[in-house]
Design a protein around this ligand. Structure first.
Ligand code: HEM
Length: 396
């Protein structure tokens, strides 16, 4: 069965990558590809590895039909005429590095205001009091939805979506997931209705104005476009920031290097993203039998691209498991690769840089529970903690 130790899946990833570069997972009948060159090639080889059937894996059979819809942006191969048009709907200039750089002062202001709420306390629940509200405020500003987002509902929803692993959870969890799902859909519907009457300068109003082949988008398409942004834009960056604090807590030498050279925080963030992919797996299906390393994956088989294992492939990186502050990795696969690379890459990098620049201008020491004492999101498709109590010391 597809399970990895949640707090430290990396030794298990390594043994798959080294011993079974094409691994057949039973009884799910899925395949895992995990070496860097194989994952990189497969992630942009849409002739042999399609994304068109990935909703089958993202909408598990136990989820009722009213809670399933197609995230059309991510289930189109870039070779299809539609992908470019769909991607352009969500890949607006707001997500480009140049626009995001202009938001740095806003990000700093949010980070500083959150730090001010705990700077006189030693203990802080870091996800609750920093990572989540920070990511929420930045996402709301980037999408222009500052006044519309109910951060608690979105938090429940985006956390619930992380549990969409195909194995059925207990009934009360299924009920909870479906309830938050329907609430979020109501939120999309009400904001679309509102912006149709009173357009504003935000992403919903943009989507209402957008056309594909001369036709306006239906409400269902607008909801789907919004949903891919919310699902990608919240928990992933929250986990990156949480994983970063944990790394600094467990590695005092790294912490003192970063404190001494804050100008290298961008390099710290890239190495963090290489080592700890918050979304370790990307989904594909074969379109034809594919033979790799002497093993044939049949046609139409689900294939998991194990990005997090590829990022630690010793064929690509020397000392792949160690956090090397000066490594400056540029080609890690955390955000995918090729024409459907993540549109939130610049946002995640910049907001994480600003978060650590601000945090480390106040914090001089960090201690946290060890990784295996913490509670991790219970899914092989996520690597991040649900809570992160931290003990902080500050500069005098
Ligand atoms: C650390 C943070 C993030 C990670 C690790 C991540 C991961 C990924 C990956 C691996 C893909 C490509 C999947 C594939 O191989 O097909 C992807 C696509 C995508 N991501 Fe992210 N993501 C992150 C943040 C975000 C954010 C902040 C947003 C938006 C606010 C976002 C929106 C999207 C969208 C719309 C796509 C689909 C692109 C396309 O198919 O053309 N992601 N993401």
């Amino acid at each position: 069965m597809l399970t990895f130790p949640l707090s430290n899946p990396y030794p298990a990833y390594a043994s798959i990558r080294e011993e079974h570069p094409v691994f057949h997972v039973q009884p799910e009948d899925m395949w895992i590809i995990s070496r860097y060159e194989d994952v990189k090639a497969a992630s942009k080889d849409f002739n042999r590895f399609t994304v068109e059937k990935r909703m089958e894996l993202m909408s598990p059979p136990w989820l009722s039909k009213k809670c399933q819809h197609d995230l059309f942006v991510i289930s189109q191969n870039p070779s299809s005429a539609k992908h470019g048009q769909y991607r352009a709907l969500v890949n607006t200039s707001a997500f480009m590095a140049r626009s995001l750089s202009k938001l740095r002062p806003f990000m700093e202001e949010i980070a500083e205001s959150l730090i001010a709420t705990f700077v006189d306390k030693q203990e802080v629940e870091f996800i609750e009091h920093f990572a989540y509200p920070y990511v929420n405020a930045v996402f709301a500003r980037v999408t222009g939805l500052d006044d519309a987002i109910d951060s608690e509902n979105v938090r429940k929803y985006t956390q619930a979506m992380e549990l969409l692993y195909y194995e059925k959870p207990e009934d009360h969890i299924v009920e909870y997931i479906e309830d938050t799902y329907l609430r979020q859909q109501l939120f999309y519907t009400s904001i679309i209705t509102d912006r149709r009457i009173k357009p504003q300068s935000d992403i919903v109003s943009e989507l209402i104005k957008a056309e594909i082949d001369g036709e306006a988008l239906s409400d269902a398409m607008i909801r789907s476009a919004l949903d891919i942004l919310f699902r990608g834009g919240y928990q992933n960056p929250v986990h990156v920031i949480g994983n970063g604090l944990l790394q600094l807590a467990k590695d005092p030498t790294l912490l003192s290097s970063v404190l001494r050279q804050p100008e290298k925080i961008p390099a710290f963030v890239d190495e963090l993203l290489r080592l700890y992919s918050p979304a370790p797996i990307s989904l594909r299906h074969t379109t034809q039998p594919v033979t790799l390393h002497g093993i044939t994956i049949p046609a139409e088989a689900p294939v998991l691209l194990l990005l997090a294992a590829a990022n630690r492939d010793p064929r690509r990186y020397t000392n792949p498991d160690s956090f090397e502050f000066n490594r400056k990795p540029k080609d890690y696969l955390t955000f995918g690769n090729g024409p459907n690379i993540c549109i939130g890459m610049a946002l995640t990098r910049i907001q994480t840089q600003v978060a650590f620049e601000c945090l480390l201008s106040h914090i001089s020491n960090i201690s946290c529970l060890s990784a295996d004492e913490l509670e991790w999101v219970d899914s092989p498709f996520v690597h991040g903690v649900t809570k992160l109590p931290a003990n902080l010391q500050y500069h005098n």
